[in-house]
Design a protein around this ligand. Structure first.
Ligand SMILES: [Ca+2]
Ligand SMILES: [Ca+2]
Length: 153
């Protein structure tokens, strides 16, 4: 999955002093842009940011007292990217295009809206039918994971 670096601009700030927490999101060693990064401090959600074109993100925080805080981040692919990846063939939205997606597409094959086996998620090119064009899209992307795809963007 993703790896994240996270560093404070200052390790022992004064209470109430604003500091920066900054870092970079990677998949293997490639920085990934446009990901959502959620900062948690002592387990509570504090802030959200998005990675820039170099995979970097930054939070400005001020902590009220001089105790020890534990900060970490969670990384998500935003809805928009998940949808874009789904349109390449990830019909069940589990982050990989594989046999399970091909089976779903087979079940919906030759369907149109109103057909008993119609599944709009299988209509990858959005032309209101599930046919060879959709299967071709899926086949072309077969085996692709969302991490690999994000790295190539
Ligand atoms: Ca899938
Ligand atoms: Ca279609």
């Amino acid at each position: 999955m993703f790896s994240v670096s996270l560093l404070p601009s200052k390790t022992t700030p004064e209470p109430g002093e604003t500091i920066e927490l900054f870092g970079t999101v990677y998949a293997d060693s490639t920085p990934i842009k446009d990901l959502k990064v959620v900062l948690l401090i002592n387990g509570a959600i504090q802030k959200e940011a998005f990675t820039d074109r170099n995979g970097n993100f930054k939070f400005e925080i001020s902590l009220p007292t001089a105790k020890t805080y534990y900060a970490y981040v969670e990384v998500y692919a935003p809805e928009r990217l998940a949808e874009e990846f789904a349109s390449l063939g990830d019909i069940n939205s589990d982050g990989v295009i594989n046999e399970e997606d091909r089976n779903l597409l087979s079940k919906a094959y030759h369907s149109v809206p109103g057909s008993p086996n119609w599944n709009p998620k299988c209509d990858l090119n959005k032309d209101n039918k599930v046919d060879l064009k959709d299967l071709t899209i899926l086949s072309k992307n077969y085996g692709l994971t969302i991490e690999e795809w994000l790295k190539k963007r």
